[in-house]
Design a protein. Structure first.
Length: 150
C-alpha cells in the first residue's frame, strides 16, 4: 500500500498537480511486527544523511516486495551512493539515534500505523488513495493561500 502511495504522492508534489503547493516530509516509523521495518528505517536514515533520501526511498518502494537488508548496499551503490559509507551509516549509533528520535516523534503524535499523514500539523483521517489525497491537498493549499475554487 505505502509502496504505491508514497511514489505517487512524491510524483504529484515534485512534477504534478501539487508542484510548488505542497511539501512532503517523510519520517520513518519502524513498527516492531513489520518485517525489516527497523532495517529499512536505518536505510532511509542513512540515505538521508548522504543526501539521497528520495532517490533511495523511491527505489525501495519500487522493489518493495524484494526488500531485504542484504540488498541495501547494492541498491545504494546502484543509486550512486558511496556503498561503504552507506553501510557505515546504517551501523552508526548516530543513525540509530535519529531513527529512534523519529519513532518517538511519531509516538508523541499518536502514530500507530504506516502510513500516517499529517496535513499542516493535523492528523489526516480520510481516504488514503492518491486521487483523494491530491484533491484534499489542493483544497488545503487553496484554503491556506486564500484562493477560491472557480
Amino acid at each position: 500500500f505505502c509502496a504505491k502511495l508514497t511514489p505517487g504522492l512524491h510524483q504529484a508534489i515534485t512534477k504534478g498537480a501539487l508542484k510548488g503547493k505542497v511539501r512532503l516530509i517523510f519520517k520513518p516509523f519502524p513498527i516492531r511486527n513489520h518485517k525489516w521495518s527497523k532495517e529499512s528505517g536505518l536505510g532511509f536514515t542513512a540515505a538521508a544523511r548522504l543526501g539521497a533520501f528520495w532517490k533511495y526511498a523511491l527505489h525501495l518502494y519500487k522493489h518493495f516486495d524484494a526488500f531485504s537488508p542484504n540488498k541495501q548496499k547494492p541498491w545504494a551503490r546502484a543509486l550512486g551512493m558511496d556503498c561503504k559509507r552507506f553501510g557505515e551509516l546504517i551501523a552508526a549509533a548516530a543513525t540509530r539515534k535519529m531513527l529512534i528520535a523519529s519513532k518517538k516523534e511519531g509516538l508523541r503524535n499518536k502514530v500507530k500505523v504506516t502510513p500516517t499523514l499529517f496535513i499542516n500539523g493535523r492528523h489526516y483521517v480520510g481516504e488514503l488513495d492518491l486521487e483523494t489525497l491530491v484533491d484534499v491537498l489542493e483544497e488545503e493549499h487553496e484554503r491556506k493561500s486564500g484562493q477560491t475554487h472557480r
